[in-house]
Design a protein around this ligand. Structure first.
Ligand SMILES: [Fe+2]
Ligand SMILES: [Fe+2]
Length: 404
């Protein structure tokens, strides 16, 4: 049995040990004060929209970003090192800087910087990369998706999977947001989930109906005038982009523009895209097929362009608007024509609520699926590979084209 004296001595020793421990010098990291992050404020701009890329050519590209307060910007860039600097416009929140002296065929580094009006630290982006457009003899690839409206969680999945395939660029098929005038949707529901993808490869959009032709579309995208229609060369392909919210009949301005541009094109591959589908097996957009109404089977305004697609041997036409995936058989003069028809793809699975197909199959449908998805197209010379993946990266459609 322990004596009372021994118990007291034991307690004193234990208390002493605790006291010594409490007095020992703290480790180095315990002494260091918690890092103080500069709070966004009048002197510390932060990114509202992170840097994203627009309209690459062989020697140029445009970099855009948005900051919380006005500032003056620079872009540093170069091959391997940030050897060059370009000044952007002064005291703006939406920054747009075009680099015009790129080295063709070389991957570039870039970094943007914005200095607010005060004496605070400048805002500096991470080190990012881009590539100029490839030349006509080089292979390249791109992704297609559309209708990234009001569903940033799905849009983030699609953009992440698209980025994992390392495309050269992105084709967006319109309805980039659900409500064009709502700036928050642009910031939180388009650019935020696509930040990683759009910061590395340029996006070439077409305008949908949900943009409502709002100034935000023209502010956030830097495209050749008049912006609602434009074209671009990439590799051995040429792309023609139209606004299918506007009239597209034979007497329309866009019809004349497209006829002229296609006639003059020397590209091996010709692709056209716009938001509305010339051919669609949708259930209720073009007549309520569940009630037995005859469907128009697509948008009759934009279908007027089919005459030009057939006249100029366009290889493929892409659209969004219907929130599904659909691929038609090659079509010419209103019939399936395997030798000289045009393939139409609907890819509207970027996040908007999924839609359904008519209970009655259409005469032109080759593949269809109502699921969130994106498409991946790879081109090398006279070969084209087309694949469609769902939001879990499962391949569900694939076909190849070959030029004779
Ligand atoms: Fe849509
Ligand atoms: Fe739409």
């Amino acid at each position: 049995m322990m004596s009372r004296g021994l118990l007291v001595v034991g307690c004193v020793l234990i208390l002493g040990a605790f006291a010594l421990l409490a007095q020992r010098p703290a480790k180095e990291d315990e002494q260091r004060p918690a890092p103080v992050q500069p709070a966004p404020g009048p002197e510390f701009p932060h990114f509202v929209v992170a840097p994203y890329l627009q309209y690459a050519t062989r020697t140029s590209i445009t970099i855009m970003w948005e900051t919380s307060i006005p500032g003056t910007s620079t872009v540093r860039y170069g091959v391997g090192l940030l050897t060059k600097t370009v000044e952007g416009p002064k005291n703006v929140t939406l920054h747009e800087v075009t680099l015009t002296d790129l080295e063709p065929d070389k991957p570039h580094l870039y970094q943007v910087q914005t200095q607010g009006e005060g004496k605070g630290k400048p805002l500096v982006s991470p080190l990012l990369t881009f590539s100029p457009a490839v030349g006509p003899d080089q292979a390249f690839s791109f992704v297609l998706f559309g209708d990234t409206q009001k569903n940033p969680a799905v849009t983030k999945k699609i953009a992440t999977l698209a980025w994992q395939r390392r495309p050269n660029f992105v084709v967006h098929l319109g309805d980039v947001v659900d409500n064009g005038p709502d700036k928050r949707e642009w910031v939180d529901e388009l650019f935020a989930p696509c930040r990683e993808l759009f910061g590395r490869v340029p996006v070439y959009p077409c305008i949908g109906n949900h943009e409502k032709d709002h100034a935000n579309y023209y502010r956030y995208f830097a495209l050749p005038a008049p912006e609602y229609h434009y074209s671009y060369r990439y590799g051995n392909a040429e792309f023609f982009v139209l606004d299918s919210n506007k009239p597209l009949g034979p007497k329309s301005a866009q019809y004349a523009w497209l006829d002229d541009k296609l006639a003059k094109s020397t590209a091996k591959w010709k692709f056209c895209y716009h938001h509305h589908p010339p051919y669609s097996s949708d259930d209720d957009d073009f007549g309520d097929t569940w009630k037995g109404e005859p469907s128009r089977m697509g948008d009759t305004n934009v279908r007027q362009l089919a005459a030009l697609y057939e006249k100029h041997n366009v290889d493929m036409v892409w659209n969004g608007h219907v929130h599904v995936y659909e691929r038609t058989w090659p079509i010419r003069q209103g019939k399936v024509d395997h030798k000289a028809g045009v393939v139409y793809i609907t890819s509207g699975g970027g996040g908007g609520p999924l839609e359904n197909f008519s209970p009655v199959p259409t005469w032109f449908k080759a593949q269809s699926r109502s699921e969130y998805h994106f498409c991946y197209v790879a081109i090398a010379g006279d070969r084209l590979s087309f694949k469609a993946f769902d939001h879990q990266a499962m391949l569900f459609d694939s076909f190849d084209l070959e030029k004779k």
